[in-house]
Design a protein around this ligand. Structure first.
Ligand code: PBG
Length: 340
């Protein structure tokens, strides 16, 4: 026997599907919401500069400052109060201390080591992530040692290992190699373990692309004027996605605890693939150029900066991120806490 047509499955599927029903009010949208941005998702990158009592504006990053160590401590205190879990420290090395080999990276009294010690002493509960790479210390602005125009891989790794050990000795919680040399994660892991730093973690800048979006950062650390050439022989080609999975696979095999994709928003597809494929803690860096774009458009009245900020950060969560390095961190944290 045949069912009357209105009872048949296919006719029920023909009923209008009204997805808008679930969007009819804010309470209804809340029930449906798949992802949320919280203060616990945020890692705040801050720039440290020489001197005392210094808070210095960066013209290409409105609202971002370089802080002397004492001021960085105050910022860390505020960040901890807002519930931001971790800071990522970057130095603006005085230009007279930059040289061919980036030797200041190996000075236990450099800005980063002093910054780590001061923040750890005053604000012990905030996580400290440190950058391992030579570009803030070299006179040529490259992340590694250069010979005849080539970036030397293994020789650079040997220096990065020493840099990482110094940072661990100063009290860093997470070592974050951003240099893209092959084999550096394994070498750093082995050295940390051998030196008794088994609890110090590694967050690998695993899929880091040779990007146009790093410009303002290079102003912030003072390497934009000095950089000779580009970084295409070590950072990834923006055309590639499968290669990002190989980079992540290697870094995990070498001992990375967390992996990062960088830049962020133009590479959301990479974040999703990494998270789907490896199911490991996955982070994105919303880099300086992404920050500057939003700020510049907002300043000119072209977009609502605050809404754009929140939308981009939520998009990272939707893509699969466990956390985001973002210069917006304190602003978002204040907003989420109802303090802005
Ligand atoms: C370099 C480094 C860069 C950034 C973080 N670490 C720049 C580069 O590779 O030239 C960029 C971060 C940003 O743009 O916000 N080791």
């Amino acid at each position: 026997m045949r069912w009357p047509v209105e009872n048949r499955l296919e006719s029920r599927l023909d009923l209008p599907r009204r997805l808008r029903r679930a969007r009819k009010a804010e309470w209804a949208r809340k029930l449906m919401r798949e992802n949320r941005l919280t203060v616990e998702d945020l890692i705040w990158p801050i720039f440290i500069t020489d001197g005392e009592g210094v808070t210095e504006a960066i013209s290409t990053m409105p609202g971002v400052f370089r802080y002397s160590v004492d001021q960085a401590v105050e910022q860390a205190r505020e960040a901890a109060g807002l519930g931001i879990p971790a800071l990522a420290l970057f130095p603006n090395t005085p230009s007279n201390l930059r040289d061919e080999t980036g030797s200041e990276a190996l000075n236990p009294e450099n800005l980063i080591c002093r910054g780590i010690r001061a923040i750890k002493a005053a604000v012990p509960d905030i996580g400290i992530i440190t950058d391992v790479a030579l570009d803030p210390y070299t006179s040529h602005g490259h992340d590694g040692l250069v010979a005849e125009g080539c970036i030397l891989n293994d020789e650079t790794v040997a220096v990065l290992v020493r840099q990482a050990l110094l940072q661990a000795e100063a009290g860093a919680d997470i070592i974050a190699p951003s240099d893209m040399m092959d084999g550096r994660v394994g070498a750093i892991r082995e050295a940390l373990d051998a030196a008794g730093f088994a609890d110090v973690s590694i967050m690998a800048y695993a899929a880091k692309y040779a990007s146009a979006f790093y410009g303002p950062f290079r102003d912030a650390v003072g390497s934009s004027g000095t950089l000779k050439g580009d970084k295409k022989t070590y950072q990834m080609d923006p055309a590639n996605a499968a290669e990002a999975l190989r980079e992540v696979e290697l870094d995990l095999a070498e001992g990375a605890d967390y992996v990062m994709v960088k830049p962020g928003m133009p590479y959301l597809d990479i974040i999703t693939r990494v998270k789907d494929h490896f199911a490991v803690p996955t982070f994105a860096y919303q880099v300086s150029g992404e920050y500057a774009m939003i700020m510049a458009a907002a300043e000119r009245g072209m977009i609502d900066g605050e809404k754009a900020m929140l939308e981009t950060l939520l998009a990272f969560k939707r893509a699969g991120c466990d956390g985001i390095l973002t210069y917006f961190a304190p602003r978002v944290a204040r907003l989420l806490a109802g303090k802005a």
